[in-house]
Design a protein around this ligand. Structure first.
Ligand SMILES: Cc1cc2nc3c(=O)[nH]c(=O)nc-3n(C[C@H](O)[C@H](O)[C@H](O)COP(=O)(O)OP(=O)(O)OC[C@H]3O[C@@H](n4cnc5c(N)ncnc54)[C@H](O)[C@@H]3O)c2cc1C
Length: 433
């Protein structure tokens, strides 16, 4: 039987980062025909589409250096332009810090709720939030929760925020204090809030420029594409694929965690039960070409909390980087709600109506094409079982020399930088023995 020091499953950013940093004798098995995973870019008639929006937010110095070295044409810095469209009015993102512009009755409810929540917090009357709904009521008040947080997040996950813990929120949901909420309601808010106030993007090409540059540094003959393991035995440390069985000292997997458990023949029943508890949303989105130049009034993306739209976010990558669409045209990505199953034709009709309502298009013919895409894994649902089930599975594998990393391997809500860092961490640990 052949033997490798490290076998890596998956050539997304976490797998590529692992093999860039690990050294020694390694082999990558990738199910698809090329590297990149979620960061692959699709070209439809000269329109470049990422898997919805894929913007780089780099905080770690090692990753910043690596990106700068890898992308000789450089990275462009983009200042975020994002808004919420609800009740036929636009407000700036984040909703909770920019209430100005809402119809007055809704603004009043949001502001009163925010002040009441602040008073409750000051008097320590509010019980510690146990789920995301309580978290939103606690920090933002009931008005903001009712008019934005609850409807928007229900569309995104397909489950109500009271079924989701607040575990993922700290980094991704900006929490303004009451003074900032009042300022935002009166139109005085100037501060750009949140982790993505500015972002980076390859100056040329789509986001796939990044994994392509990583792959170009590596020996291509150590990658087996269109190859997936048939079975794995953790105790004996081997992987079987095609007609081969290869032993490993270490296995690094970015395969979605429930699938890794399925593949592992000697996974005990308790592990299989834990894997069945892991839930996520399905990612359904539409890549759209338009014959107009600056859709969405120039915004990079819009949040749409209202149930009357079967989508929860519509973005335009070409508004941020015009080179992503042919001259005179533009692109949209449309992220479909998980709480409604709407036929494709109805989605296109609703999209055309919405684009007319906000003045992006005047005629249906300006919508050139709508290509529907689906990915079985979208956003991990952090329900009450998730943390324990995930920890028990990851611990079991780690004890057997198997690191399950990345967005779906680690079963988490992460960024591209986090995926790269996962690979760096695993490689660092491996080198230290
Ligand atoms: C809708 C959406 C929007 C996002 N937007 C952003 C953003 O704006 N900014 C940001 O920083 N991050 C964003 N992210 C997160 C980012 O895409 C991920 O953090 C990162 O790409 C994950 O890389 P990965 O290697 O962990 O996983 P993946 O990219 O999923 O890679 C896993 C690889 O494993 C392969 N694989 C799966 N099963 C098998 C198998 N059985 N055998 C062999 N190979 C297999 C897959 O084909 C894939 O290539 C977004 C994610 C989503 C879903």
């Amino acid at each position: 039987m052949d033997r490798k020091e490290t076998i890596v499953l998956g050539a997304g950013l976490s797998g590529l980062s692992t093999v860039i940093h690990v050294g020694g004798d390694w082999l990558v098995l990738e199910r698809e025909g090329r590297p990149g995973g979620l960061t692959r870019t699709e070209d439809i008639d000269g329109f470049l589409f990422d898997c919805t929006g894929h913007w780089l937010h780099l905080r770690d110095e090692r990753v910043k250096r690596m990106a700068a070295e890898l992308l000789p044409d450089g990275l462009s810095t983009v200042v975020r332009r994002a808004a919420i469209y609800t009740n036929r009015s636009f407000t700036r993102y984040p909703f909770q810090a920019n209430l100005c512009g809402l119809p007055s009755q809704i603004l009043r409810e949001c502001l009163q709720g925010a002040v009441e929540a602040a008073v409750r917090r000051a008097g320590r009357g509010g019980a510690k939030p146990r789920n995301f709904l309580e978290y939103a009521n606690f920090h933002f008040g009931e008005g903001i929760a009712r008019h934005f947080i609850v409807p928007y997040n229900t569309k995104l996950w397909g489950v109500s925020p009271d079924q989701v813990t607040a575990e993922w929120t700290q980094r991704f949901v900006p929490v303004p204090d009451v003074a900032q909420i009042v300022d935002g309601a009166l139109g005085f808010s100037r501060e750009a809030m949140g982790y993505n106030a500015t972002f980076l993007y390859p100056t040329r090409g789509g986001i796939e420029t990044l994994p392509r540059a990583m792959f170009a540094r590596l020996p291509a003959d150590r990658f087996l594409f269109s190859t997936r393991p048939r079975r794995i035995r953790a105790a004996e440390r081997w992987v079987e694929f095609g007609t081969e069985r290869v032993r490993f000292d270490r296995l690094v997997s970015s395969v979605p965690l429930p699938e890794l458990v399925d593949l592992t023949e000697d996974a005990p029943p308790a592990l299989r039960r834990a894997a069945r508890r892991l839930r996520c949303s399905v990612l359904r989105y539409v890549n759209v070409g338009l014959s107009v130049e600056r859709p969405l009034d120039g915004e990079h993306w819009l949040y749409l909390p209202e149930a009357r739209f079967p989508f929860y976010r519509v973005g335009s990558a070409s508004n941020a980087l015009p080179g992503l669409a042919p001259t005179g045209a533009s692109s949209l990505y449309v992220e479909l709600a998980n709480d409604q199953a709407v036929p494709d034709g109805d989605v296109v009709r609703a999209l055309a109506e919405f684009l007319k309502e906000i003045g992006t298009i005047q005629r249906d013919s300006q919508l050139l094409f709508a290509a529907f895409r689906e990915h079985p894994y979208g956003y991990v649902i952090f329900d009450r079982h998730c943390a324990r089930a995930r920890a028990s599975i990851l611990d079991w594998f780690e004890a057997r020399g198997i690191d399950s990393i990345g967005r779906y391997g680690g079963w988490t809500y992460n960024s591209m930088e986090d995926a790269i860092l996962d690979g760096i961490r695993v490689a660092d640990r491996a080198r230290k023995g």
